[in-house]
Design a protein around this ligand. Structure first.
Ligand SMILES: Cc1ncc(COP(=O)(O)O)c(C=O)c1O
Length: 345
């Protein structure tokens, strides 16, 4: 059965054009820097994000970890959102592998960290304290509804970081969704950041891979740590070829995903038994709860939706996240709304 899969934008499969480019990719040993397709992807990514250099990495998690390991030493502390992917969903890599301590700061409903909260979390010079070294932002902020952080806010955090001699890293897994939703360039959005990670393998539909960008010096050290973590890859131009299409083509169609997420939310708002978050969607994620009068929990509804041919992702026993992407067309949106209508009747 062909399911309509709204669990995540990570379920996207490579487009026919990507498969063709992958088959024809010119390749070499990338650890020797001999893979022309990887070199092209890295040059293109650096240019699009307005940074000196880029590094192709196997996953977003590894990209974030490498950034933290470059910026920090053992005993350093990182200010992160308490709802951030780095803090909640990267297996504690910074502590386990880097001896780095997270300092979680409450994410506001719009995905930001309040400037006063960041400021008050910066450690003072004291022999008892860890040393604050880095601030991490997540844009779009996944758990806060796929909320995009603005250029103005990012500049404020960048300024605060500079004044306090801290680095700024952006987990921009979906930074292109953020840029498109706000009609700004991705370059402007990340200008204040020392490093940015973004994913090719989510809404941009590449099968594998993320990119880390920063200065030449930063990326030089990142390349060394990628090798240390076992992430040095060989004829990986077969994957980079798909990533080039992600950047050139798939970044230009994210508006469609956002429009469909909006149609989906509008449709679901008409259904008794569902309570769609007030501001949802900001980008390609629709968050909703089961209304109090619904006795079934999300696990039971998920199974019933599966019987209707629709895969959804329960966040907890009352809450769902539904994600649109290039495999979700207008007809799929209609079917999902009809599916929920039937299941909740
Ligand atoms: C905000 C955010 N950051 C980082 C990641 C990690 O990416 P990966 O799954 O490629 O490790 C994800 C993955 O879903 C994410 O949503």
């Amino acid at each position: 059965m062909d399911y309509i899969d709204l669990r995540s934008d990570t379920v996207t499969t490579p487009t026919p054009e990507m498969r063709e480019a992958m088959a024809e990719a010119e390749v070499g040993d990338d650890v020797y820097r001999d893979d022309p397709t990887v070199n092209h992807l890295e040059d293109l990514a650096a240019k699009m994000l307005g940074k000196e250099a880029a590094l192709f990495v196997p996953s977003g998690t590894m990209g974030n970890l490498i950034a933290l390991l470059v910026h920090c030493q053992r005993g350093h502390e990182v200010i992160v959102g308490n709802q951030s992917h780095i803090y909640l969903n990267e297996a504690g890599g910074m502590s386990a592998l880097g001896g780095i301590q997270p300092c979680p700061v409450q994410n506001q409903p719009d995905g930001t960290l309040a400037l006063e909260d960041i400021l008050s979390s910066i450690r003072t010079e004291d022999v008892h304290h860890p040393t604050t070294r880095l601030i991490c932002l997540e844009n779009t902020q996944n758990i806060c509804g796929g909320a995009p952080l603005t250029v103005a806010y990012t500049h404020q955090v960048g300024e605060l970081a500079r004044q306090n001699e801290l680095y700024l890293h952006i987990d921009g897994a979906r930074i292109f969704n953020s840029a498109v939703a706000q009609n700004v360039s991705v370059k402007e959005l990340v200008e204040p950041a020392d490093s940015v990670m973004f994913c090719l393998s989510k809404g941009l539909a590449a099968p594998v891979g993320s990119i880390l960008v920063g200065t030449q010096t930063f990326i030089g050290r990142a390349r060394h740590i990628r090798k240390m973590l076992g992430g040095g890859m060989r004829q990986v131009g077969v994957l980079a070829a798909a990533g080039i299409i992600s950047l050139k083509k798939m970044t230009k169609r994210l508006d469609d995903d956002h429009a469909r997420a909006k149609n989906l939310a509008d449709g679901l708002r008409q259904i008794n038994g569902l309570v769609v978050d007030q501001n949802s969607p900001y980008t390609n994620m629709v968050y909703l709860n089961l209304a109090d009068q619904v006795h079934a929990n999300t696990e039971q509804i998920t199974q019933k939706m599966k019987d209707q041919g629709v895969l959804v992702d329960p966040e907890n026993s009352r809450r769902f996240r539904l994600v649109t992407h290039y495999l979700i067309d207008d007809r799929a949106v209609e079917k999902v709304v009809a599916g929920f209508q039937k299941v909740l009747r």
